[in-house]
Write a new protein. Sequence first.
Length: 396
Amino acid sequence: MTDNKPIDPIELTRALIRCASVTPLDDGALSLTNTTLEKLGFVTHSMTFSEDGTPDVNNLYARLGDSEPNFCFAGHTDVVPVGDAAAWKLEPFAAEIRDGILYGRGATDMKGAVAAFIAAIDIFLSKRRGLFEGSISLLITGDEEGPSINGTVKVLDWLADRGEILNHCLVGEPTNPDNLGDMIKIGRRGSLTGTLTVNGTQGHVAYPHLADNPLPRLIKILERFTGHSFDNGNEHFTRTNLEIASIDVGNPASNVIPANATALFNIRFNTEQTSDNLEEWLRTQCDEIGGDYTLNITVGAQPFLTRPGYFTDLISKAVAEVTGNKPALTTTGGTSDARFIHHYCPVAEFGLISETMHKVDEQATVSDIERLTTIYVRILESYFETTGASRQNHAS
Ligand SMILES: [Zn+2]
């Protein structure tokens, strides 16, 4: 803090929402983050990554201090499109407050949390600047809601190339279903997507002996896929689940046997499975039913878990102190950039309320953003109170 005026997390959230940073656009959101952190004394690194076939994306890594441990806050400033703008009660990028509720795209996912990170650091430094051992850093991407190719994953590569280490990381995604303090996320299921095309021979429905209908075979295979119990889950994960997302034949004619039929499906899987074993099982089912088929598999994410211990206890305590709620430690929900970060250090996620994310009238209450700021302050305080030895003993 250079001008003695503390950073107001609400005003900073509003300023960030007013940047219409619909992925992959930035519209000033990261430069605002950058200048705010520079004022707090952070050394900042803006980086734009590009790759053929994907949009260029801006990212930011900022660090205060050069000793370890390095505590990192991670998140994103890009947002999803507003959808039907006319359906919004208030203009999605105006960041208006009504009855204690701040409305706007990104309010909860997750500009409110990015602002809370920064306001919390400001409060922490106002008491502890120069009096703590270690570093605080932020890894903020503009490519979380997009393909996530030119974002966190490349910043992490860049950090590794420089020999820069993150010791623990807290991601500020909206993790709470209903109330602040409901839930900390400590891992995530893996995600595997399959496209299965069963091939036959087109023909007249009245002459089936001259054709080969792929649909009965596709149905049999899908019956096996959906009828199978992969596992019963475990202590930290729900059971592995396969969902059929689409079945496409593209045949409008009732007198035609189609040449092929395609099904699209996704498996969310836990740590009882590996993507290789799942793929093998899927191919075995197709082979047993027989006939000509192609099965393309893409693995979007492997499952991961930060085991409950020092780091999750520290976050839980801070949440309980401020909200009075004892948060559940879960691995549910969609993917986040924590799936990349866990390769480098223990990572957990705690942010605002998830209910309105990606919806019309996305919102966060002013008091939740303020309480989230206080929680982040408590996390920083207890993290840097921990002695190196005890942190080391509980590395994850
Ligand atoms: Zn998000």
